[in-house]
Design a protein around this ligand. Structure first.
Ligand code: GDP
Ligand code: MG
Length: 466
């Protein structure tokens, strides 16, 4: 493949080499001189930028105008984006309402930041995107925060929530905490979950292998704790985007021999953004070079200050491998959960979140659902995204057939017409017929071309799967 030189590309674009080099510098791409070669993807990106700039200079003006906090849309198209909500942003100064999915271009216009700067930041995260690429809210928020602007998600008229009644306080009863484990790759998230499960395997179960459904329940001192296998950040982003909060407590795993790493920081930022309490599990303390004090020091810089230093973050030293500190960690989870006074209505139509879903050859679509509210029962009409049906069978996290599942219960559900998407809300409705009509409506909505989104990216892709 032949690479273009700076002067060649500049000529193609009808600009000076100097201007091209400057634009490249904006993207943090350093080139020596007009004879330097440019990678293809960079060339593509910079071409789009230049064309955008020259072709529609009026749009650039709009971006600059909003810089002065006088956002005056330059054309009709942008007027749509700069909705009335943003006028509010002006009085509130630096909080701006944005749609849950937004293109780099529109985000630039809303924030009054040149799109090139946004693209540059995204590149710092390893994301190569063009100006029209849609980014999710989490990513947009991150970028906005880097420019000292806070953004909030535009509230959607959410069918799921319109179908829901309000709870009478007397119907609210305590429910178990739902916990996710987060942290940098290889710091021991999977091992810790395994250790927690095995510490809790009862004598009878020890022989048989427990069926794996993407979530587990353990019992400590007669109290239940639910662990999601979904990495915490995914649970936060995918599910929060749909307005559902799935996690009550985040366990931040940090390897004592490694220290705070980029994904550790990402994870704790996610948890903070979601306003979820964090318990730090300093893992691998069995290692000779383990240095838990150093971890505490490092995390203090991020506002996670141990209790013994006058802060309010719980730190527990553990070894997933040597099974040290696991019981203590579980007790701390219960302690934090108690302070949260978690409650839910057990006596209403069920609502849950799809944690995992797959197609089973013999049994059809199977979804693992975390019931969050109400009680899901055999025979209930259900809808999740465009999947609908009737609860044909329910299995608990140990693979045991059950008849109903209340709040904070992970449960396998059989009976959906198709495989739903993780993060979708599952709703119990009055009948299978109602479920079908909701599904039909949603299918019709999806057909509208407006939803024909181009390229979507998410910071999630930067994280490894557990
Ligand atoms: P994850 O990427 O965060 O899920 O990390 P894993 O659970 O896959 O663990 C990464 C590596 O660290 C594996 O080789 C584990 O055996 C090892 N590991 C996990 N926990 C411990 C521990 O407590 N002590 C030691 N010495 N090694 C551990
Ligand atoms: Mg893992």
């Amino acid at each position: 493949m032949t690479k273009l030189r700076v002067y060649e590309l500049a000529k193609e674009l009808g600009i000076s080499s100097k201007k091209l080099i400057e634009t490249l510098e904006d993207l943090d791409v350093v080139v020596k001189n007009h004879m330097s070669t440019i990678d293809d993807d960079i060339a593509k990106l910079v071409t789009e930028l230049i064309e955008e700039e020259s072709g529609k200079s009026n749009k650039k003006k709009a971006a600059q105008a909003s810089d002065d906090k006088k956002a005056e849309p330059a054309d009709k198209e942008e007027k749509k984006v700069l909705t009335a909500k943003n006028e509010k942003a002006e009085d509130k100064q630096k909080t701006i309402t944005v749609p849950s999915k937004i293109s780099v271009k529109d985000l630039g216009a809303l924030l009054g930041i040149e799109p090139v700067k946004i693209i540059k930041r995204l590149m710092n995260y390893g994301l190569m995107v063009n100006i029209n690429a849609e980014i999710d809210f989490e990513s947009a928020k991150k970028i906005a925060n880097e420019f000292d602007v806070d953004i909030v998600e535009e509230k959607q008229d959410n069918e799921e929530f319109m179908l829901e009644e309000v709870d009478d306080p007397k119907d609210l009863k305590p429910r178990p905490p739902v916990v996710t484990v987060m942290g940098h790759v290889d710091h021991g998230k999977t091992s810790l979950l395994d250790a927690i499960r095995q510490t809790n395997v009862t004598q009878q179960e020890a022989g048989g292998i427990t069926q794996h459904i993407g979530a587990s329940e353990v019992e400590v001192n007669g109290k239940k704790i639910v662990f999601l296998d979904t990495p915490g950040h995914e649970a936060f982003t995918a599910m929060r985007a749909r307005g559902a909060k799935v996690t009550d407590i985040a366990i931040l795993v940090v390897a004592a021999d490694d220290g705070v790493m980029p994904q550790t920081v990402e994870a704790l930022n996610h948890a903070k953004a979601a306003d979820i309490p964090i318990i730090v599990a300093i893992n691998k303390i069995d290692k000779p070079n383990a240095n838990p004090e150093r971890i505490k020091q490092q995390l203090s810089d991020y506002g996670l200050i141990p209790e013994e230093w006058g802060g309010d973050t719980i730190f527990v030293n553990v070894s997933a491998k040597a099974r040290i500190g696991i019981e203590q960690l579980l007790e701390m989870i219960l302690l934090v959960a108690e302070m949260q006074e978690l409650k839910a209505n057990y006596n209403c139509r069920a609502r849950g979140v799809i944690i995992e879903a797959k197609l089973d050859k013999g049994r059809g679509p199977i979804a693992t659902v975390l019931v969050q509210r109400g009680t899901l029962k055999l025979g209930d009409g259900i809808v999740a995204g465009t999947a609908y049906g009737k609860v044909r069978a329910l299995f608990d996290s140990h693979g045991k057939r059950i008849k109903s599942a209340g709040p904070s219960t992970p449960v396998e559900v059989l009976g959906l017409s198709e495989v739903p998407t993780a993060g979708d809300i599952l709703l119990a409705v009055s009948s299978e017929k109602e479920a079908k009509s909701i599904s039909d409506e949603r299918k019709n909505l999806q057909k509208e071309p407006e939803y024909d989104t181009p390229q979507r990216i998410s910071l999630d892709k930067l994280f490894e799967k557990m």
